[in-house]
Design a binder for this molecule. Structure first.
Ligand SMILES: Nc1nc2c(ncn2[C@@H]2O[C@H](COP(=O)(O)OP(=O)(O)OP(=O)(O)O)[C@@H](O)[C@H]2O)c(=O)[nH]1
Ligand SMILES: [Mg+2]
Length: 379
């Protein structure tokens, strides 16, 4: 009887207790499912959406922008191979001691590999031997001093009007670019046109490499990008004719600079060298003092042969300057010193890569510091 009386109460309590725990557990599950998991996913999406919408555009772009690399850094990097393969090895052999006869031969071998002329190598070694006995001897300073003396008189002849529009006097400047195949003529013209145009100059380019359609197209890409006019002729046309037309057009347009690209040729091909001389001469019919500059593009990888090339081009065209390209890919930048000294022709520009920013005015001091690793020491 008592059991029968208690039973409903027991059932009722059981039901209440069951519902109380069950609802708590399920609500816990729902909350967990609702609040934790989905929120975590939604949070990420929302956040990224929020970032795109609310971050100022400049800030987003700034994050993507690569840090600007200065030309000094590019030069430093470009010449790192020469520095480590040549000058650091020389330094390791000399140290700060008196130059021992036993290492002279080894140093000689390393210096020949830099493509310095044999006469210059022996002069430098004499200098090092003499100075190494003195107090406070520093082999880098001695080498830098030696190279400065060899190059600075010639380097002071560089015509700044060439690369600095603000320093250019009145009238058109015609610049003819020559060199062996693949030295970097067209690329250099493209870089130059871009730089001069960016300075506000009015530039006209003549595509006088009429041997290959691809050569004209390559130049056209650069000119379009730079926003400068290019004069072209039909494939196989006479390059002299294109040079004549280009200077004529540049005069008519009252242009500031006229850049003449030419086809690459071996310095030993006399008929092609004669043709180049003719192209040069024909420009003077339009403008008596044109071309004002004839620049030889020298691929630094060429090495010792570069001096021979430069001599032949100089004989045929009376060069006014040199452009050293591909200094980033070579350990043989030593030929630069020999050519400048032997030909008395200064280096106007130096190239250390394929982009516009990789070409700049040749500054002897910075070049030697980067070559010898002296700026590294200064840091
Ligand atoms: N690494 C490096 N490559 C360069 C440099 N200058 C030019 N080049 C590359 O060298 C190659 C040849 O360059 P071009 O400008 O076509 O040479 P070119 O003298 O006009 O050649 P031709 O017209 O065939 O005689 C290209 O792939 C250029 O990008 C430089 O300073 N460094
Ligand atoms: Mg070319």
């Amino acid at each position: 009887m008592i059991i029968l009386n208690i039973l409903p109460l027991f059932i009722a309590i059981s039901i209440i207790v069951y519902f109380f725990f069950f609802s708590k557990a399920s609500s816990k599950q729902i909350v967990f499912y609702k609040e934790e998991k989905p929120k975590a996913i939604a949070k990420t999406k929302e956040e990224s959406q929020e970032q795109i919408e609310t971050k100022p555009r400049a800030e987003v772009e700034k994050k993507e922008e690569k840090p600007k690399v200065s030309f000094a850094q590019r030069l430093q990097k470009g010449l790192s191979k020469t520095r480590s393969d040549i000058w650091k090895r020389v330094g390791n052999l000399i140290g700060s001691n008196k130059l021992d006869d036993s290492v002279v031969e080894e140093i000689e071998e390393i210096l020949y590999a830099s493509d310095m002329s044999p006469a210059m190598v022996s002069e430098l070694i004499d200098e090092l031997q003499e100075k190494s006995g003195e107090e406070g001897f520093n082999y880098l300073k001695t080498i830098k001093e030696f190279m400065l003396t060899k190059m600075q008189d010639t380097q002071s002849k560089v015509n700044t009007e060439l690369y600095d529009f603000s320093k250019k006097g009145d009238g058109l400047k015609v610049i003819m670019i020559v060199g062996v195949n693949g030295a970097g003529k067209t690329t250099t013209i493209g870089k130059l046109a871009t730089k001069l145009k960016a300075q506000g100059a009015n530039v006209v380019v003549g595509a006088c490499d009429t041997f290959r359609a691809a050569a004209v197209e390559q130049l056209e890409v650069w000119c379009k990008r730079a926003g400068v006019e290019m004069i072209r002729a039909a494939e196989g046309a006479n390059p002299s004719g294109v040079a004549y037309e280009t200077v004529e057009k540049a005069v008519a347009m009252n242009a500031d600079y006229c850049l003449i690209d030419t086809a690459g040729r071996l310095h030993t091909a006399s008929n092609l060298m004669d043709e180049l001389a003719k192209t040069k001469k024909v420009m003077s019919k339009v403008m008596p003092d044109a071309p004002h500059e004839v620049l030889l593009v020298v691929d630094a990888i060429t090495g010792q042969n570069a001096l021979r090339q430069a001599q032949e081009f100089h004989k045929a065209l009376n060069l006014t300057g040199l452009i050293f390209t591909k200094c980033d890919g070579s350990a043989k930048a030593g030929s630069a010193v020999s050519i400048v000294k032997d030909l008395s022709v200064p280096i106007a520009y130096i190239g250390v890569g394929e982009t516009v920013e990789d070409l700049d005015i040749f500054d002897l001091n910075s070049y030697l510091d980067a070559l010898l690793g002296m700026s590294e020491l200064a840091e």
